[in-house]
Design a protein around this ligand. Structure first.
Ligand SMILES: [Zn+2]
Ligand SMILES: [Zn+2]
Length: 484
């Protein structure tokens, strides 16, 4: 059977079915590559027609597994190992369903909450000010992190760690990423992790050095890790983290949405690896460490998700921005078996408590530096108005004291000069008088005496609000009578 395939919109071929399978295995074409043979109405993606292709010749082996890989030994008595990578990877995953249903569902709610909050922000000057300050510090933090990556970590390319570079390009192709982001390797004192970030139009995927050592540069486990991080970039999670920040800080909803990202990205990773054993290997390495991870039993760990329940586990899950590792393993296993993922019940009381807990970690473990910078920015944004408030109230208090002092002088004067009505402070204030100097209002108000039937009050032209001052009730004065 003669097949044609499209590379850069150019028709290539004809090739045989076996050759087409081999082109897929060697990464020349990917699952999204359009292919066609005589008799087909139109061009189809390779993934659609892969099943009709004849198995590749026996000489072709599957992707090498991770060293010491205990999983998936070739079944004995079978003359041929799983013939082709494409055929061995039986799964419902396709480029169109990598984003989890949960992510799509929560996305709607997070967008609604964020739009409402942004609209409220936009209505107030203070809100715009906060948003600008927080935005500035986020940008600064990201810039510094990007600078750290560019200057302090290993940039992977043809010259540097070429094997990892090649694996990365394969994963990009498999996920249909036409412009591969930068890949960096970061030494983090034994930590096992990877993350994706974006700054100033540059996308980064970062793999920790120990992760690379643990998984190897060319394993399907490494492809899973790279695919997971590319999933974050493809799904524009970094941008959403900023634009949808209000919704993501919302209790319960925010963390749930963040967790759904990881589920989606694990699906991206599994699809990129085209091998569930490798995906599970990566997860077990993350969970158990680089040595222990190889010997762990995926099913036992997955069972832990269903067996370990209760209030605190539920609360931990509800407030966490990552699904628990045992849950992720459980979901990957369900994908592998083509089953529904196990749903373990949560304690209802945990929802109530979680509602009063903050909406998870905005930084998402990207970098503690970033989180600290953001917190400082937010504190500054909150501290400025708080400082102004303190200053204002201390000025109010000072004026209040001034008026108390003047009232006391007024009081004294009335006592000493019974029956005289005071209209100004001229007789009270000055050298040798009751008050040596006129107190000054910190808000430049002028003080005046207001006489009412009930008595005399001191008023400030800038402080007519605030606590009323005690009126001098002349009727209660020991000195009797006043004229008029
Ligand atoms: Zn992730
Ligand atoms: Zn005043």
């Amino acid at each position: 059977m003669n097949w044609y395939y499209a590379v850069n919109q150019q028709r290539q071929g004809p090739v045989t079915s076996e050759e087409l399978t081999r082109l897929f295995q060697t990464g020349v074409i990917n699952a999204d590559t359009l292919v066609w043979r005589e008799g087909m109405k139109e061009w189809q993606r390779y993934s659609v027609v892969a099943d009709q292709l004849a198995p590749a010749p026996a000489g072709v082996t599957a992707t090498p597994q991770v060293k010491n890989e205990p999983l998936a030994p070739a079944p004995s008595g079978q003359s041929r190992a799983p013939a082709s990578m494409g055929a061995a990877f039986k799964s419902d995953l396709s480029p169109h369903n990598l984003t989890s249903a949960r992510e799509k569902r929560y996305y709607v709610f997070v967008v609604i909450v964020s739009l409402v909050v942004w609209a409220l922000f936009a209505c107030t000057i203070v809100g715009i000010f906060y948003a600008a300050v927080i935005g500035f510090f986020l940008w600064l933090g990201h810039g510094l992190l990007a600078a750290h990556l560019r200057a302090e970590t290993i940039r992977v390319d043809e010259r540097q760690l070429p094997e990892l570079h090649k694996t990365f390009l394969e994963v990009c192709q498999q996920l249909g990423v036409s412009e591969p982001p930068r890949l960096h390797v970061l030494q983090a004192d034994g930590a096992l992790n990877a993350f994706a970030m974006r700054h100033a139009g540059r996308d980064f995927v970062v793999v920790y050095a120990d992760m690379l050592e643990a998984l190897g540069a060319n394993s399907s486990a490494m492809k899973f890790i790279l695919g997971h991080e590319l999933g974050h970039l493809k799904s524009r999670h970094i941008l959403k983290q900023v634009l949808l920040a209000p919704g993501m800080l919302f209790p319960l909803l925010g963390p749930a949405y963040r967790r759904s990202w990881e589920t989606s990205c694990d699906r991206h990773g599994a699809y990129a690896a085209r091998d569930f054993a490798g995906a599970l290997q990566a997860m077990l390495t993350l969970s158990g460490g680089k040595h222990c991870g190889r010997t762990l039993d995926a099913k036992a760990f997955a069972d832990q998700y269903v067996e370990e329940r209760g209030f605190f586990v539920s609360l931990h899950e509800l407030t966490s921005t990552y699904p628990t590792l045992s849950r992720r393993v459980s979901e990957l296993r369900a994908l592998q078996e083509g089953q529904e993922a196990a749903e373990a019940p949560r304690n209802p009381f945990a929802y109530l408590v979680a509602f009063f807990m903050p909406g998870g970690n905005l930084g998402g473990g990207v970098a503690s530096v970033l989180v600290v910078v953001v917190i400082i920015g937010m504190l500054a944004a909150m501290a400025i108005p708080a400082f102004q408030k303190v200053r204002q109230s201390s000025m109010d208090k000072m004026c209040h004291n001034n008026r108390l002092m003047l009232t006391a002088a007024l009081d004294q004067y009335t006592l000493e000069n019974p029956g005289r009505r005071v209209w100004s402070f001229v007789e009270l204030v000055g050298p040798g008088k009751l008050l040596n100097t006129m107190p000054v209002c910190p808000r430049q108000g002028t003080y005046s005496v207001r006489n009412t039937n009930a008595g005399a009050t001191v008023e400030c032209s800038s402080h007519n609000f605030g606590q009323p001052l005690p009126t001098i009730d002349l009727s209660n004065m020991p000195v009797p009578k006043r004229t008029k």
